[in-house]
Design a protein around this ligand. Structure first.
Ligand code: TYD
Length: 136
């Protein structure tokens, strides 16, 4: 697994009414949550992501269904199956990510550390590689 990414176990309250999973700033989430968004109605075969962030941190949860996340820190790559609604994946800054292999009906929730700022995205893989190498 690559350094700035790790699985996050969410808190859970389960009883005979079902399961409640919790992601709270300062507990399961190691940053202040500034924004939430979610991907849904993703067509079969579609790929999303294909960018890195200079600063942004996030915790990602497949609240329904699942997809694969391909992570790349400029040196190493790993593939992570996101499909447990009781677990999150923390992705730190300067990680290239691609989301692929969406199961039908998938909803992926993103809890992120900053308001939307297109200037903070790295959308060219070459630019990402150069920026990542510059930080090493
Ligand atoms: P994009 O970064 O391609 O989505 P993903 O990483 O999920 O594949 O974003 C799609 C469009 O939505 C793009 O024009 C930017 C815009 N957008 C916002 O305006 N605000 C947001 O919070 C996000 C996540 C995207």
């Amino acid at each position: 697994r690559i350094r700035p990414c790790r699985p996050v176990r969410l808190s859970e309250h389960a009883d005979d009414r079902g399961r409640l999973s919790i992601a709270e700033t300062g507990r399961e989430v190691p940053f202040g949550i500034a924004r939430a968004y979610w991907q849904h109605a993703t067509p079969a075969g579609a790929a999303r992501g294909a960018h890195g962030h200079r600063r942004l941190e996030q915790v990602v949860v497949a609240v329904s269904g699942g997809c694969d996340i391909l992570l790349d820190d400029g040196l190493r790559r790993c593939r992570y199956r996101l499909e447990d609604p009781a677990a999150g994946l923390y992705i730190g800054p300067m990680v290239w990510r691609d989301y692929v292999d969406f199961a039908p009906g998938t909803v992926v929730l993103f809890l992120v550390s900053e308001p939307y700022d297109e200037a903070e995205y790295l959308r060219s893989y070459d630019e990402f590689r150069r920026a990542a190498a510059g930080l090493r």
